[in-house]
Design a protein around this ligand. Structure first.
Ligand code: CUA
Length: 340
């Protein structure tokens, strides 16, 4: 695989990526109860602001229509106690109305906050999300270590069920934001926080990091895939399996390339000797639609470009370039594509 072919593949991969982006990333298209409550609050505040805006514009238009004084004409000083009283009354009422409106907005914000936090369930699914520069680690903890799923950037949940997200960061402050699902939630290093999400409509919902976290903040995407209970359980069962054995000589060679080059220093593939937690867990890499935190589609060309020179795609990220021999790279890609 030549460099031209790889980067040519990368360009078509980017085009494919644009076509693949799903979910409209829109807080006005809520997919669950939290986002619905936030949308409701948005529209209440929007209409309050709209009415105030119209009142201000009407008042301004009336005032400017009234004061037609010819230029250079001296204004006589008019004593108008009745007019003064009326003006005082109008300004006083406007101030009272403003304060009252602000209190109403504060009150409904608190109510919405309570409703958003109000989701509970006796036996929820728990997902530990850890923000990294610049990708998302998703772990489905289980008291039995071999029953714990670890994946990256693609979070599967069953539809219609409350899910607890335990949020944490491995380095700097990130913010977990899938607007169709929930508001922004900060991920703080050394401090765990928890919040609930629920998605009632099956689909793929896009998310972004919403807190500036360094050079590749803009390339820190994720998606939440809400699927019916059966599909979710199938996904779970598949993810729990160790990596599949290579299905042919080329894949077997690729596995050796993985285990004898820098890959093993940072990544885990369960069922092999690779167990480092620096980078994303690759045990089921081929089951994911995207790579590099939603920066590239998971295609052979994009994968090759990413492995050869990740710094060209996401400058500053922690993965070093891997100048592999063309045959080695080809075998490695073949192997990685078997990791369903
Ligand atoms: Cu992570 Cu911005």
């Amino acid at each position: 695989m030549t460099a031209t072919a790889i980067f040519g593949g990368l360009h078509s991969a980017r085009a494919l990526l644009l076509a693949q982006v799903t979910g409209d990333h829109n807080s006005l298209h809520p997919a669950g109860p939290q986002a619905s409550n936030i949308e409701w609050l948005y529209w209440v505040i929007f209409w309050i602001c709209f009415v105030v805006f119209v009142l201000v514009v009407v008042g301004f238009a009336r005032a400017s229509a009234r004061t037609h004084t010819p230029a250079q004409e001296m204004l006589p000083i008019i004593q108008d106690p009745e007019g003064d009283r009326r003006a005082t009354w109008i300004v006083g009422s406007a101030v009272a109305f403003t304060v009252l409106t602000l209190f109403v907005v504060l009150f409904i914000s608190v109510i919405t906050g309570k409703r958003v936090e109000g989701l509970t369930s006796k036996n929820p699914i728990t997902i530990q999300i850890t923000g990294h520069q610049w990708w998302w680690e998703a772990q489905y903890p289980n008291p039995q270590a071999d029953q714990t799923i670890t994946t990256a950037n693609e979070i599967h949940i069953p539809v219609g069920k409350p899910v607890v997200i335990l949020a944490n960061s491995a380095d700097v402050i990130h913010s977990f934001w899938a607007p169709n699902v929930h508001g922004k939630r900060d991920l703080l290093p050394g401090y765990s926080s928890a919040f609930w999400i629920q998605i009632d409509k099956p689909g793929t919902y896009s998310g972004r990091c919403a807190e500036f976290c360094g050079l590749q903040h803009a390339h820190m995407g994720f998606s939440i895939i809400a699927e019916d209970e059966n599909t979710f359980q199938q996904w779970e069962a598949q993810q729990l399996k160790p990596a599949a054995d290579p299905n042919g000589p080329d894949a077997a060679r690729g596995k050796q390339v993985f285990l004898t080059h820098a890959c093993i220093m940072c990544h885990t593939i369960r069922g092999t000797d690779a167990g480092s937690k620096m980078g994303p867990d690759l045990t089921h890499l081929a089951s994911r639609k995207m790579i590099a935190a939603e920066s590239l589609p998971n295609t052979p060309g994009a994968l090759a470009a990413w492995i050869i020179d990740p710094q060209r795609i996401k400058p500053g990220n922690k993965m070093a370039p891997n100048p592999l021999a063309p045959d080695d790279l080809q075998s490695l890609i073949t192997y990685l594509q078997t990791l369903q």
